[in-house]
Ligand binder design. Structure first.
Ligand SMILES: Cc1ncc(COP(=O)(O)O)c(C=O)c1O
Length: 432
């Protein structure tokens, strides 16, 4: 298993007064100051996870590009940048965010199946480190734009090695029937790499693979990486430059304990396969760096008993944290105050008008009343970045605790701002 709880504690734990706290601050106090719901992150936890990932891949000189789709708050990107991280980006918007957080474009990899001409132009103009192309048409588009700009585009091919990652279908990207990468079947990837290497406007940067997310078993990584390595060696032996291998992200976390992720075995696998092979290695972890270092803090609005069911209606909803609705994802839910030992089943739901708007179903929860606080654990990844304005709700603010002090990363956007962005056409008078 690449993951599991280690001796390091979950950053969210009970303090001496039995209050749920992070880095010396109670979550209740943070919610009081910044309002509820609110995302709370631990800078110490993020630093610890990122540093341990870096150390696990240091023996193969791996460069870590944080997959900022997992969490793109500028304060978090800046922290990871300070720790030596580059960024894995997937849009011009993420490029702009990474630049705003002072990340050098040369430390960025641009992933994604559908980069527009405009996005490619912006990335090349600022000197992006690598573009991972996912189709022959995209390689052609990059080449044309590079020619127009009179520059050499650093392009790697993302390959599809047809490996099932054994994870939720909606976060599986490694099989042939998904939209991702160029199939290694029928030697398609080989042919395109050779064409790309002969293109005068492209500097062939290597190969990339990413088979999916929340992968808690090493076997799919081993199959995918072995296939990638075999292809890279074949291309290199044929005389084509293959400087970099981008091994993607995907390391899974423990959503039950919300404890830290141990990267040791993943690092050992990578060393066993790649040490001494002569490739520069890149990694794109997202979830495993940030998920368990963030919690969504919420307050109970009402408790409702309906037939046999108890509903705990809270002020956070699917517009703040979509994962339970989208993936049937399980997040541990803990009370902010010391929990009463006696529990009964309850659904923890938000106020959004959708049956699918829930944060946890059939959970053993203590007796709770309006105003009581809860923390939805492991919410640091794919939480705030997937938040929306649905039901005209303003998504939760984000706060990071650094050395025992809470810092606002992003304020909740007032609803008036959303309204002010909109225009009402001047309708012709309706004749009655
Ligand atoms: C290309 C690519 N790299 C990296 C990641 C990050 O994956 P994870 O958050 O599971 O580490 C993703 C996420 O889907 C991705 O699509």
């Amino acid at each position: 298993m690449p993951t599991g709880a280690t001796a390091i504690m979950c950053p969210f734990h009970r303090d001496d007064n039995k209050q749920l706290s992070v880095d010396g601050l109670s979550l209740g106090a943070i919610a009081k100051q910044y309002g509820s719901p609110v995302y709370v992150y631990s800078a110490a936890g993020i630093t610890d996870a990122f540093t341990r990932f870096q150390n696990a891949v240091a023996p193969v000189n791996g460069k870590v590009y944080f997959a900022m789709k997992a969490n793109s708050a500028l304060g978090i990107l800046a922290l990871i940048g300070k720790l030596g991280g580059g960024m894995d980006i997937v849009s011009a918007g993420e490029l702009a965010r990474a630049i705003a957080a002072d990340i050098k474009p040369s430390d960025m990899v641009f992933s994604g199946v559908g980069k527009t001409n405009d996005e490619i132009r912006q990335a090349l103009a600022c000197g992006i480190g690598q573009i991972n192309a996912e189709s022959p048409a995209e390689v052609a588009a990059i080449s044309t734009i590079a020619q127009e700009m009179n520059i050499l585009a650093p392009v790697a091919l993302r390959v599809n090695v047809d490996v099932s990652p054994s994870t939720h279908a909606k976060i599986s990207t490694g099989q042939r029937n998904t939209k991702f990468g160029i199939s290694t079947n029928q030697r398609e990837a080989c042919k395109i790499y050779q064409q790309m290497a002969e293109d005068p406007h492209i500097s062939p940067a290597g190969l990339a693979v990413h088979i999916g997310s929340q992968i808690r078993d090493l076997a799919p990584f081993e199959r995918a990486y072995s296939a990638l390595l075999a292809l890279a060696i074949e291309l290199r032996d044929a005389g084509w430059p293959v400087p970099n291998l981008d091994l993607g992200g995907g390391v899974g976390i423990d959503y039950d304990t919300a404890g830290p992720t141990d990267f040791t075995e993943y690092g050992l696998l990578v060393q066993r396969l790649f040490a001494g092979q002569g490739f520069h290695l890149g990694f794109e972890p997202g979830r495993s760096i940030i998920a368990n270092n963030g919690a969504l803090v919420t307050r109970v609005i009402y408790v409702k008993h309906s037939d046999e069911k108890r509903f705990i209606i809270v002020d956070a909803a699917m517009n703040d944290l979509l994962r339970p609705t989208l993936y049937e994802a399980h997040h541990a839910i803990w009370t902010l105050d010391e929990p009463n030992i006696s529990t009964s089943k309850a659904d923890i739901v938000g106020p959004v008008c959708e049956t699918g708007d829930y944060l946890g179903l059939d959970r053993d929860m203590p007796n709770l009343n309006a105003g009581d606080g809860l923390a939805i654990l492991s919410a640091g990844a794919y939480g705030a970045t997937m938040a929306s304005n649905y039901n005209s709700r303003s998504p939760a603010a984000e706060v990071m605790v650094i050395d025992g002090t809470a810092h606002l990363l992003r304020a909740a956007r007032p609803i008036a701002d959303y309204i002010n962005d909109e225009m009402v056409p001047n309708f012709a008078p309706i004749s009655k």
